[in-house]
Every structure is written in structure tokens, then in C-alpha cells.
Design a protein. Sequence first.
Length: 187
Amino acid sequence: MRGLGRHAPAVSMPSRVKRGVSRVRQSAAGSAGIRDSARRTPRSSRGAPSPTPDRSPILSAMRADTEQWWEQARADLVSARGLLAIGQFYAVSLFAQQAAEKAIKALLIEQRGGTLPRRSHDLEFLASEAGVLAPLQADLTTLAPVFEMARYPDHSGLAPANRIGHGDAQNHLDAAERIVAWIGGRL
């Protein structure tokens, strides 16, 4: 259902999920430079995001259109970490891939003066377009198959939830964190 937002019906979470989410909230702000505002910006009475007084040096030098992509890349890493804590390994991999993709797109948008990159989930193509393929090659190779692997059953019919284990998910998350950190140093 689209458009429900905060008015969606409440869904009960198992207690292990609640514990995992609680642990992530406690540790997320300090990990890899993620600010609390990367998760959710407080809303004003009119529904618009409130200004964030603690802008990081990276964000203050960044184009506004780039900032949206960068913030979402960092938020996707927070989500991946939380999902790892509760054992949703296929989702960790998907969020890790998405974090890397959005970070690369943020770099492309910044390089191109606000022009959006071509719609693609191909990390190696996007990195090549940004001129950063070589330094990120190993991690891009790790994440390249993830977009499809984490979303669709494979040729044998095995669902992603049953195919991606803890080791793969951790490798994908580690690769994405290195990519995001490397790009953050260049924005």
C-alpha cells in the first residue's frame, strides 16, 4: 500500500526484532559518522522537515540535490546494520548494495552540477561514469550481483531469504561501508 506513511496500521513485531532494532538505534549514531538526522528529520507543525542545526562539514559543502542522495546512502547503511542484528541477511545485502549505489550517484550528481545519472543499478557502470572504478573495483565486484541476488529467486527457485547467509551479508555490508566512506572523503 502506497501513501499510508505514518497512518499505516500498526504491525506487531516479534520481540527479537524489537531487541535488534533497539540495539541499532543505540549504536547507529556513532557508527561510521552517521548522524541521528540521517535516520529521520524531525517534522515541524506544517509537516515539512525542520532545519538541522548540526550540519556536517561534508553536507555544508555539498549541493542540495546531492545531499538527498548522500543522506539516503548513509541511512541505507544504518538499515543494513539493523537488519544484520536481527538476521534478515538478504535485506542486509540489498540495503548494502543500495547504499553503495546511492553514494556513487551522489558523487555523479555533484560532479555533474546537479544532473541526475542514467537510471541504472549497475555499480560498475556508475562508478566508471564517475571515474572511480579502479579504486573501488574489488568492493564493486563483491556488490555487483547483489541487486538481483537479493531480490529474486535464482534459477533453482531458491528465494533470497534462503540463499543469502550471514557471511555473505557481512561481506556485502563491509564492501558498501568502504565504498560509502571512500566517496564521503571526496564529496
